[in-house]
Write a protein that binds this ligand. Structure first.
Ligand code: EPZ
Length: 447
C-alpha cells in the first residue's frame, strides 16, 4: 500500500507500508468493537434524503467511511466530526446530484448513492465502483427495484443513470430473484420518499438491514418488517434530522473471535450484540472453543488444538460469507479434514493461494474448499487480496512460526478500525512497516 504522508503529491510524499507479523504469541485481554461498516456505508449516503442535520454515533473510522464523507462533502454536504466516531452530516443544501467519479470508483458501496440520489433528486448518475462491469458484480436486482418504482434505468459507459417519472417515484412491489443485501438496502433508500407503499419480498435479513431501517425510521421514515424477508416502506413527504447510533460490527467481532480461536488465548470482545454472533459462536463451539455470552460482550477462550468442522456460508442468519476466510484459517490449523462451501460469492478463495505459501493444505474446486488441517503454519510474504482475506492473512501470521509480511493492506484498512492497534493491545506482535527504509512503527492505542 502507498500511503500519502505529506501534501506534496510527489513520489517522495508517499511511503509503502505493510504489516509485519511475528507469530507465536497467544491473545489475551479485551477489545472494543467499532460500528458496523456495512451499516455505515449505507446510512451515510442515506443522509442525502434528510432535511436537517443527522448526528450519527459509533461511525467506524475506516477508509471506506472517509471516502464516502469526501464524496458527500464534494456534493455540498456540511460535515462536522466530534471525536473519532461521531459525525454530524447536513445534506439540506446539497444541490449537486453527481458524485465525483474518481472517488465513487474507489468504493463498492457507492451503489447506495443511486438509491439516495434517485430518492432525493429524482435522478441519479453514478459511476460503477472500481471500474467493475455488471458481469463481475451485478446490480440487476437493485435496478429491478428502481424500475418497479417507475424509474427508467440505463447503463451508459460505466455509469448507471436512473430517472424517476415526472410525477416522481411511486410505490412498487418487487420480488428479489436472489437474496441481496445491497439491493434490499438500496430499494429501501429509494422508497422512503416515494409516493405510496413499496414492498420488497425475498429481502435480505442481515443486522445492517435492520440498522438502516432503524436509522431511516428515527428520521421520520415508515419502514416495517426489516429483519424479515418482507419489508414494507410507506413513503413519507420528508425526513427530519435526528441522532442515531450505529450497531456494533458483527464481522469485526467475528474476526477477533476467529483470531482468538486460531491463535489461542482468552479475549473479552466488548460492545457486541451476542445474538448477531450466534452462527459464529455455534461454529466455534463445535470446533472446541469456549464462548461465554454476557450482556454486550462475549468471552472467547481457546486452548489446545481446534477440531475440524464443515462450514457453509449463507445469507443471514446463516454463517456469513464475510467470515469465511477467517474461519478458513482456523480450520487450516485444526485437527482433521474440514469442508467449506461458499454459498454467496463465486470467487472468494483467492486467499487460499496465499495460505498455501504458509504451508496450509487446501484444495479448491469451484465453491468448495477441502482443508486438511496442519499442525502449524510458517511465516511467508503474502498479499491481503481483499478486506476479509487480509484479516485472515494477519490471523494466519499470528498462528505461524516465524515472520509474515502482509502486503496490500489498504484492503484491510477499508473495513477494520485500528486493526493493528487493537491486536497489539491483545498482545499480538504486529507492526506497520514503512518501506523502502524498513522503519517499523506501532500504531495508536485502540479505544
Ligand atoms: C454486501 O455486498 C456486503 N457489502 C459484502 O461485504 C457481503 O459479502 C455481501 O453483502 C453478502 O453478505 C456491503 O454491504 C457494502 P449481495 P452486496 O448483493 O450487497 C448476487 C465485506 O467484506 N447479486 O448480498 O454487494 C451477487 O453477485 C463485503 O464487508 C446479483 O446477482 O452483496 C452475490 O452472489 C464484501 N444481483 C449475491 O447476490 C444483484 O443485483 C449476494 O450479493 C445483487 C447481487
Amino acid at each position: 500500500m502507498l500511503r500519502k504522508v505529506s501534501d506534496d503529491a510527489t513520489k517522495e510524499g508517499y511511503i509503502l507500508i505493510k504489516y509485519i507479523v511475528q507469530g507465536g504469541t497467544k491473545l489475551s485481554g479485551s477489545v472494543t468493537i467499532s460500528g458496523a461498516k456495512n451499516a455505515a456505508v449505507a446510512i451515510l449516503p442515506a443522509t442525502l434524503l434528510v432535511s436537517g442535520p443527522c448526528r450519527i454515533e459509533n461511525v467506524p473510522d475506516i477508509s471506506d467511511v472517509r471516502l464516502l464523507l469526501e464524496i458527500l462533502r464534494d456534493m455540498g454536504a456540511e460535515i462536522h466530526r466530534y471525536g473519532r466516531n461521531t459525525l454530524e452530516i447536513d445534506c439540506s443544501h446539497v444541490r449537486n446530484a453527481t458524485a465525483p467519479i474518481e472517488l465513487v470508483r474507489r468504493i463498492r458501496a457507492s451503489y447506495y448513492l443511486i438509491g439516495a440520489e434517485l430518492g432525493r433528486f429524482g435522478h441519479a448518475r453514478v459511476a460503477m465502483p472500481g471500474g467493475c462491469n455488471f458481469g463481475v458484480r451485478p446490480i440487476d436486482q437493485h435496478i429491478k427495484g428502481f424500475e418497479a418504482m417507475g424509474a427508467n434505468v440505463e447503463q451508459e459507459g460505466g455509469y448507471v443513470c436512473a430517472d424517476a417519472p415526472t410525477e416522481g417515484l411511486g410505490g412498487g412491489h418487487v420480488y428479489l430473484d436472489i437474496v441481496s443485501v445491497g439491493a434490499t438496502m438500496n430499494i429501501m433508500i429509494a422508497a422512503v420518499l416515494a409516493e405510496g407503499r413499496t414492498i420488497i419480498e425475498n429481502a435480505a435479513r442481515e443486522p445492517h438491514i435492520v440498522d438502516l431501517a432503524n436509522f431511516l425510521n428515527s428520521m421520520g421514515a415508515d419502514v416495517r418488517g426489516a429483519g424479515t424477508d418482507t419489508i414494507k416502506v410507506n413513503g413519507v413527504e420528508q425526513l427530519h434530522g435526528g441522532t442515531y447510533t450505529i450497531i456494533p460490527d458483527q464481522i469485526e467481532a467475528g474476526t477477533y473471535m476467529a483470531a482468538t480461536a486460531a491463535v489461542g488465548g482468552e479475549v473479552l470482545i466488548k460492545n457486541v450484540i451476542p445474538k448477531h454472533l450466534d452462527c459464529i459462536t455455534a461454529k466455534l463451539r463445535e470446533m472446541g472453543v469456549t464462548v461465554e455470552e454476557y450482556g454486550e460482550s462475549v468471552l472467547v477462550r481457546s486452548t489446545g488444538r481446534l477440531r475440524r468442522a464443515n462450514v457453509k456460508t449463507q445469507p443471514y442468519p446463516g454463517f456469513p460469507t464475510d467470515m469465511q476466510p477467517q474461519i478458513g484459517v482456523a480450520l487450516a490449523v485444526a485437527e482433521g479434514t474440514s469442508v467449506i462451501t461458499e454459498g454467496v460469492w463465486d470467487h472468494r478463495y483467492k486467499y487460499i493461494n496465499e495460505l498455501r505459501k504458509m504451508g496450509a493444505a487446501v484444495t479448491v474446486d469451484g465453491r468448495v474448499a477441502v482443508v486438511e488441517g496442519v499442525e502449524t503454519l510458517r511465516g511467508a510474504s503474502v498479499d491481503a487480496c481483499d478486506l476479509r482475506a487480509g484479516a485472515a492473512m494477519v490471523i494466519a501470521g499470528l498462528c505461524a512460526r516465524g515472520v509474515t509480511l502482509v502486503e496490500d493492506i489498504q484492503f484491510i484498512e477499508r473495513g477494520y478500525e485500528n486493526f493493528v492497534g487493537k491486536l497489539r493491545l491483545l498482545g499480538a506482535d504486529i507492526r506497520i512497516i514503512d518501506e523502502p527504509d524498513g522503519t517499523e512503527r506501532g500504531t495508536a492505542a485502540a479505544g
